[in-house]
Design a binder for this molecule. Structure first.
Ligand code: ADE
Length: 237
């Protein structure tokens, strides 16, 4: 899968993809992530990517021309399945959307900044708008990092234990059961006995009970009707 990210602050995306599973996925050729500075597509001498909004609202707006030029250059090189705009008024991102995006070959992610983006970009270029939650970030970069991280880890081969991504919280609309590691007792705090029993049938049953109990207590909304699935993107609560 190839992901092209368009941003006015590429520095914000230097670290998130340079470590751990996402770094290894790139090294293995499973994912290609390219970050593009929109300033490189500005044509005026100040390389400006924003301007005052028509109508006099306070705040700057991202210009259409640099975004159009960047998208056109990329589209001349390959076909894109989606051009995604990260924005707080987009569709609420969740695991189902991550699963869906992980089946794509090429996507572009546009990070919003300033007061917003010239609406013609949203009308004419963007095919999907995503929000990572009902709060406002300084820009779309951290939101884009969330999307890329959650999608790339789903790609076949990205996680060595293939069952691991499938057993995440939210893949079955349930939170995960608690996990423990050695020592079996710390400070008098004991690991549940069943996990030490070696009885895998009992262990699986305990994990299923825990998953249900935790979901009912912490995220009862997830147990609603299956056609109104609203999982959020927390992998491990
Ligand atoms: N840009 C600013 N806030 C955002 C959010 N909550 N989701 C996606 N993009 C954003």
């Amino acid at each position: 899968m190839r992901i092209d990210i368009l941003t006015v602050v590429p520095e914000l995306l230097e670290s998130p993809f340079g470590h751990s599973i996402i770094k290894r996925a790139q090294a293995k050729g499973i994912a290609e992530i390219h970050v593009h500075n929109l300033r490189d597509y500005a044509t005026d001498k100040h390389r400006s990517v924003d301007d005052y909004s028509f109508g006099g609202d306070a705040g700057m707006v991202m210009k259409v021309a640099p975004i159009f030029a960047a998208v056109e250059k990329l589209r001349a090189e390959r076909t894109y399945d989606d051009i995604i705009f990260m924005t707080p008024d987009g569709e609420k991102y969740n695991q189902l959307i991550a699963n869906h995006l992980s089946t794509k070959t090429n996507i572009i992610i546009l990070c919003g900044h300033y007061k917003g983006v010239d609406h013609r970009v949203r009308e004419r270029l963007v095919t999907r708008e995503l929000s990572v939650g009902d709060y406002v970030l300084t820009g779309g970069e951290l939101a884009a990092a969330v999307v890329v991280d959650s999608v790339v880890r789903l790609l076949p081969g990205a996680i060595s234990n293939e069952t691991s991504a499938l057993s995440d919280s939210f893949q079955d609309n349930l939170l995960s059961a608690p996990v423990y590691t050695r020592p079996a007792e710390f400070n008098g705090w004991k690991v549940p006995q069943v996990l030490l029993s070696g009885n895998f049938k009992e262990i699986t049953r305990w994990q299923e009970e825990q998953a249900l109990e935790r979901t009912a207590r912490l995220r009862p909304d997830l147990l609603g009707s299956s056609d109104e699935q609203q999982p959020s993107a927390d992998g491990n609560r």
